[in-house]
Design a protein around this ligand. Structure first.
Ligand code: GAL
Length: 413
């Protein structure tokens, strides 16, 4: 078992959450979000659950922070909700919302825990969504205004900030498979959404740079090896890799789109404008890495797309309760790829962890042996990446609580 002393001085351990998944969105003057709408549509979320109450963290935050402290974490990564701060997505802030986040941050600092705030973890204010959401370019500038409101209120105390969480999932689940809000199935629009998310990253990074120059800011990207199912899928896998990992990492870390994407760009002339890549490619202070498993690509007859991405190929391998194959080696491969391809950027592991169907025993304990094994195996790979020279600064487990797991509702622990 690893000890802190096995990791470099200053290496931080933390736990992550996201606003809509834990706070309870029906209190404190929060505006409606596109997830409230999505969850209200029958069939979208398991057991028709939603984030109205979630973990009731909005009311229970003090005892929840005591848990973070008792667990010995150095860092707590949470997200501010755009619709709680600006209920209409723009215009006047909700004082109750800002006050809530101020108390949360003060509560963390009082307990000696470093706040690590995420600006966008998937809740678009309803009004903003009505006006096109991430399909529209205006949303980018409204998002930057929201980032500014957060910076003005918390920037004196919060010095670590994630801009956008997992742009790939937003595009893939929100606009291709339709499994997440806003539930679209339109791959043709997906690139526009991806570009606007990248712009929102760049625009908020710039605002924070002006308002809180001593803050460390970066995106949280879900990165993973893309494995071809069979020999016939090798070239396909290389193309898909550009569309999933490098679609976001290249513009942010190298200021350009990957080559296979550049060819697509001619279709989107009005989307990509002069100066955009400069805004997107400004230097970041770190890359947040969310990693759970590898992705396997295989051909399929899905209309428009022609391929399928799955997270499991080997029925005999170990799986989490999400049915994600447990592949710790993929974690090391991802970190090695990042170090080699992008000149060893500073990295925080902003999410890693596993759902298992574990139960609370009569004495109140949980014997989560599977989760311990998972974490041990992934920490082993993390340690190897650090030893190999990757500039990894911290590791945050997903998640602090059982929570609203998006389309899976409260069904996963
Ligand atoms: C990530 C996401 C989290 C959480 C996690 C575990 O993709 O950022 O919000 O849902 O997966 O399932």
């Amino acid at each position: 078992m690893y000890k802190r002393s096995d990791f470099p001085d200053g290496f931080t351990f933390g736990a992550s959450t996201a606003a809509y998944q834990i706070e309870g969105h029906s209190f404190g003057g929060a505006g409606r979000t596109h997830w409230d709408d999505f969850a209200a549509t029958p069939g979208n979320v398991v057991r028709a659950e939603n984030g109205a109450k979630a973990c009731d963290h909005y009311h229970r935050w003090e005892s929840d922070l005591d848990l973070v402290q008792a667990a010995g974490f150095d860092v707590y990564r949470f997200s501010t909700s755009w619709a709680r701060v600006l209920p209409d997505g723009r215009g006047a802030p909700n004082p109750e919302g800002l006050d809530y986040y101020e108390r949360l941050v003060d509560g963390l600092l009082e307990r000696g825990i470093r706040p690590f705030a995420t600006l966008y973890h998937w809740d678009v204010p309803w009004f903003e969504q009505q006006n096109g959401g991430w399909e529209g370019r205006d949303t980018v500038w409204h998002f930057a205004d929201y980032a500014e409101a957060v910076a003005r209120s918390l920037g004196d105390r919060v010095k670590h900030c994630v801009t956008i969480n997992e742009p790939l999932t937003i595009v893939n689940a929100g606009y291709i498979s339709g499994d997440h809000a806003p539930g679209r199935r339109n791959p043709l629009r997906a690139f526009r959404v991806a570009h606007h998310l990248l712009l929102a990253h760049g625009a908020s990074l710039r605002r924070l740079g002006v308002l809180v120059p001593d803050a460390e800011v970066g995106p949280a990207l879900n990165l993973f090896p893309v494995i071809p199912r069979g020999r016939a899928d090798v070239r396909l896998a290389a193309r898909i890799e550009a569309l999933v990992n490098r679609l976001f990492a290249d513009p942010i870390l190298a200021g350009r789109y990957p080559r296979p994407v550049q060819r697509l760009l001619s279709l989107y002339r009005r989307t990509l404008r002069a100066g955009d890549l400069g805004l997107i490619g400004q230097p970041v202070d770190f890359v947040g890495v969310n990693h759970y498993s590898h992705i396997i690509v295989e051909r399929s007859w899905l209309p428009w797309i022609g391929f399928r991405l799955v997270r499991s190929t080997d029925p005999n391998a170990m799986h989490t309760d999400m049915d994600w194959q447990i592949e710790p080696r993929s974690f090391l491969d991802t970190l090695t790829w990042l170090r080699e391809r992008y000149n060893n950027p500073a990295v925080y592991i902003t999410e890693n962890g596993a759902a298992f169907d574990d139960h609370v025993e009569a004495d109140g304990s949980v014997r989560d042996a599977d989760r311990r094994d998972y974490l041990e195996a992934y920490l082993f790979m993390l340690h190897r990446a650090v030893e190999a020279g990757s500039a990894i600064r911290g590791y945050f487990v997903w998640s602090l609580f059982d929570n609203f797991e998006w389309a899976l509702g409260l069904s996963k622990r």
